[in-house]
Design a protein around this ligand. Structure first.
Ligand SMILES: [Zn+2]
Length: 338
């Protein structure tokens, strides 16, 4: 997926101000594949600067990438896909959108890729549509999945205001050239009381610390900004959303590295396998998951009764461990106030 900039002939780079606070007061953060990441001294956001131009970023969402790298992740091919696998992949987000209370409720997925999430949401009773910049992906969604996806940038579509009950932005915000503009547009097209559900990698993840620069999330050619709980909350508030919750999910993908020869990677992988047998991580994962589902207003698998005394103590212990133990993914739920 990741080419070094050396593969392109002398890419043109563009200078950008902080994607969150608009200032230009940075310190170097890292250099990866020849492209720099900086950290804003004012708000703490880490972002690519100077970065590839939009035209060069777009080249990376090629049909070749779509068919050879994206579809295989979902074990799909040019004509078929496995909806059960899709439902498993998006289980949390399907719980968060909960079945709509009335027919005709509308969901928009921004950066909808092949449309797999849309297809699953449609099956749960939503009236769905998507926007996607990759021509191959948008075409696949329309042709193979038969869900409506426009090949466009969200800001260029011009949806009517107050149109959607839910907007999802999954594994997408880190790719956007202008996340502020996209958030403002999502706010505009949501109905009052409507919700935005988004996820993105957590820059404070333990994986980032252990794997260092080889953590595969750090790819300045396509991941243009990197959030923490604090900066993500700030981005949502800046767009006038009421933040219902921002949570870190305690799951780790040891394979998500650009250097499988490193000792750190081998150590991390062994460590995670050992943890798996102790089940600590798994239990802590479900605590946060259940909280999120409750925040989302669904009941799903969530146990809504007040937990007993010992359960509360255990839960307290998990939550304090979590101050240090951050997983790979941040999930946020935000609402357009009534
Ligand atoms: Zn800033």
């Amino acid at each position: 997926m990741t080419k070094t900039v050396r593969d392109m002939d002398r890419p043109e780079l563009e200078s950008v101000a902080c994607r969150l606070c608009g200032r230009r007061n940075t310190r170097p953060y890292a250099v990866k594949f020849g492209l720099p990441l900086v950290k804003c001294r004012s708000c703490g956001l880490v972002y690519a600067h100077p970065r590839l131009t939009e035209a060069d970023v777009m080249k990376r969402y090629s049909p070749e990438y779509f068919f050879k790298e994206y579809l295989p992740v979902f074990r799909a091919d040019e004509t078929s896909y496995d909806l059960d696998l899709v439902r498993g992949h998006y289980h949390l987000y399907l719980q968060l959108i909960a079945p709509p209370a009335a027919p005709g409720r509308r969901l928009l997925d921004v950066g909808s890729g092949a449309g797999f999430f849309l297809k699953a949401a449609e099956g749960a009773g939503w009236e769905v549509e998507g926007v996607e910049v990759s021509t191959a992906a948008a075409d696949y969604a329309n042709r193979v999945l038969r869900v409506k996806v426009r090949r466009a940038k969200l800001e260029d579509v011009g949806f009517a205001p107050d149109t959607f009950d839910v907007v999802t932005l999954l594994d997408t915000i880190e790719h956007l050239g202008d996340p502020d503009r996209a958030m403002a547009e999502i706010f505009r097209i949501l109905k009052p009381g409507g919700r935005l559900i988004l996820n993105t990698p957590d820059l404070r993840s333990l994986s980032r610390r252990v794997l260092g620069k080889s953590w595969a999330v750090l790819t300045p050619a396509e991941h243009l900004q990197y959030y923490t709980k604090k900066t993500l909350r700030r981005a949502l508030e800046k767009a006038k959303f009421r933040v219902v919750g921002v949570r870190n999910l305690l799951n780790f993908n040891a394979e998500y590295t650009h250097d499988k020869t490193s000792r750190r990677y081998r150590w991390w992988k062994r460590r995670l396998e050992r943890e798996r047998t102790k089940k600590f991580l798994e239990k802590a994962f479900w605590i946060e998951y259940t909280d999120l589902v409750r925040l989302g207003g669904g009941n799903g698998d969530a146990d809504s009764a007040r937990p007993g005394f010992f359960k509360r103590i255990k839960r307290g212990a998990y939550m304090s461990a979590k101050r240090f133990l951050r997983g790979d993914v941040l999930v946020a739920i935000a609402e357009k106030p009534l």
